[in-house]
Design a protein around this ligand. Structure first.
Ligand code: 6PG
Length: 244
């Protein structure tokens, strides 16, 4: 098994291992730089993992939260990634509200994206054309091998230069704001949590299939030399070469 690929017995164990690794990386960054700026994904897999993080001791005064992507809906909407993080991580862990840099999903998509970009440029003190280097990016992977809100064949998959953008995901009839590949590639650390039998084909496509980021966007910064660590369960890994 490759060093960057952690295969746990089930989704609960994968969530716990991923949470412990995230907390370890954040603590290291606080020790080294006094601060940790992390970007979280949404969906359903993170719920259990966020709950595990909330149980662990972490000096949240030195942690600043961002989002990898967001549905363009109000923050109290059932589909909001911010709402899910609030319920499963932020409130249980007591993270200071001032440390949250949510994507303003209640705005028009273009406005939400522009506002998020300018917030990141100010926070990371970026010059024009510079990209933020997050200390940690937490990603998921869909059964169609999308990651963030970069879905197969979206032209944004080839944009290595901009920070974020808004996009429309036809299959979910959902406007989204998402970080772009250049930012995903620049992360100091990435963890990808992708448990579940429904992820098995996508996991094979991403880790062992032909390189094709348009077809399999989660191939972006997915393997060494990128500092990416995967947390999956046995069910998701069933198609992988054993001892890979
Ligand atoms: C989102 C996420 C998305 C997620 C994948 C996997 O807004 O939906 O950011 O990229 O990570 O869709 O979602 P599950 O973990 O729920 O399968």
């Amino acid at each position: 098994m490759s060093s960057y690929l952690n295969i746990l017995p089930d989704a609960g164990a994968a969530a716990k291992a991923c949470a412990e690794r995230i907390v370890e990386i954040v603590r290291e960054n606080i020790e080294q730089r006094g601060v940790a700026r992390i970007a979280l994904s949404g969906g359903s897999s993170p719920k259990m993992m966020f709950g595990e993080i909330a149980k662990l001791k972490l000096d949240w005064e030195h942690v600043w939260l961002y989002w990898v992507d967001e549905r363009v809906v109000p923050p109290d909407h059932p589909d909001s990634n911010y709402k899910m993080a609030m319920e499963h991580l932020i409130l249980p862990a007591g993270i200071p509200i001032q440390h949250l840099n949510r994507i303003a999903g209640e705005r028009y998509p273009e406005e939400a994206s522009a506002h998020y970009i300018s917030e990141i440029q100010v926070d990371f003190k970026l010059k024009e054309g510079e990209l933020p280097k997050f200390d940690l990016i937490h990603r998921g992977m869909g059964a169609d091998s999308h990651t963030a809100s970069l879905f197969p064949n979206d032209p944004l998959i080839e944009d290595d230069y901009e920070i974020a953008a808004n996009t429309y995901v036809a299959k979910f009839n959902s406007h989204r704001v998402t970080l772009l590949p250049g930012v995903l590639k620049a992360a100091r650390h990435t963890v990808i949590l992708a448990p579940g039998a429904d992820k098995a084909e996508a996991l094979w496509d991403v880790l062992e299939g032909k390189p094709d980021i348009m077809a399999h966007p989660c191939q972006i910064a997915a393997k060494p030399p990128y500092p990416t660590e995967w947390f999956v369960d046995v069910a998701a890994s069933r198609l992988l070469r054993k001892n890979s």
